[in-house]
Design a binder for this molecule. Structure first.
Ligand code: NAD
Length: 322
């Protein structure tokens, strides 16, 4: 299939490109390289295996040019990460709402199937676990920028489902804390990358809050396998699907595990959220997906356990960063 990946030079997007090429897709990547990197897809570009377009999803003509010649679109381009959203609320909101509006509008106009990458952030700070796709969302006030990411992605989902009513073939996946090779080496927005970097450097590992907040860290191969399945499976159209492991890990435990696997002597230090995110920050205590829908619709289940995924990620880190 002729397949367009927006955000294809990013962390998840570039792994998705690898998988799609392996399945024989004819791939075009549209990415403005704001957080992505050419090096993530460089070998495919150099080999002429993909078309790479450096440009923005905020450019309607450009988007339409590439959507109209595609049969399938994976829409991953976004301003990503809570830290980024807190630091750059306006630009993030515009990319994550207007950009998606442009991509979905073009897919609808051209009759092209599309997958929308959404997030577990959509659930907000609900205390009901595990999170089921049709659960209520629980958010803090609009004065706390952090909730802007959740709100923008939820708006995207609403838009996608409204277009689905008008005939657009669209599936929506909500990722839960994906990690693996090609995480941003600055550790921006990724706790796994931060902890690996700090452990290897022998610096204190900084845990925000009390470290007892939990997440379900999902290895990128699993994230991508679910994404491909949701993009090509008819039964996924018009549906919202959680993609995450159910292996729940406290952040403090993650810090200790990574430090021990690396053999580092780093201390683990606990810092208030405010030190990193500014005042008035709110967090989600536990974040665990219910994955029955992914299992029944996509026959998808996560395969890589945390320890194994961390081993692969640490090996990649050592290879690329010494
Ligand atoms: N990593 C996770 O755990 C996670 C969790 C939930 C949701 N997501 C979603 O998955 C998708 C991919 O995220 P990622 O983790 O790979 O982050 P990433 O930052 O590596 O990828 C986003 C990509 O989009 C590109 N981009 C940003 N603005 C753009 C624009 N205006 N035009 C074109 N390209 C633009 C960036 O350059 C980057 O390559 C995003 O939609 C994100 O919201 C990721």
């Amino acid at each position: 299939m002729r397949t367009l990946v927006t955000g294809g030079a990013g962390y998840i997007g570039s792994h998705l490109v690898d998988a799609l090429l392996g399945l024989g897709h004819d791939v075009t990547v549209l990415d403005d390289l704001s957080t992505g990197s050419r090096s993530n897809i460089g070998r495919h570009v150099d080999a002429g295996a993909i078309d790479f377009v450096e440009g923005s999803i905020l450019d309607p003509d450009l988007v339409d040019q590439y959507v109209s010649t595609s049969e399938l679109v994976f829409h991953l381009a976004a301003a990503v990460g809570v830290k980024f959203i807190v630091d750059e609320p306006l630009a993030s909101l515009l990319t994550n709402t207007r950009g998606t509006e442009i991509v979905l509008g073009s897919c609808h106009a051209n009759g092209v199937r599309v997958l929308l990458a959404s997030t577990s952030e959509v659930y907000g700070k609900t205390s009901k676990v595990p999170f089921e796709e049709d659960d209520d969302r629980v958010l803090g006030p609009t004065t706390i920028h952090r909730w802007g990411y959740s709100t923008a992605k939820a708006f995207d989902e609403h838009l996608a489902l409204a277009y689905a009513d008008k005939g657009l073939e669209v599936s929506i996946v909500r990722y839960f804390n994906s990690y693996g090779p090609r995480l941003d080496p600055r550790g921006y927005g990724s706790v796994v990358a931060n902890f690996i970097r700090q452990s290897i450097a022998g610096e204190p590992i900084t845990v925000h809050g009390d470290g007892r907040q939990t997440r379900c860290f999902t290895y990128v191969d699993d994230t991508v396998a679910g994404t491909v399945a949701a993009g090509i499976t008819d039964a996924a159209m018009g549906r919202v699907i959680n993609l995450g492991t159910t292996e729940e890990t406290a952040i403090g435990d993650l810090a200790a595990t990574i430090r021990d696997m690396i053999g580092s002597s780093s201390d683990i230090s606990y810092a208030p959220y405010e030190d990193y995110y500014g005042s008035g920050f709110e967090d989600t205590r536990r974040r665990v997906p219910e994955i029955g829908r992914a299992s029944s619709l996509l026959q998808w289940e996560p395969k890589v356990r945390l320890r194994e995924g961390l081993e692969r990620t640490i090996a990649w880190w050592r290879e690329t960063h010494g």
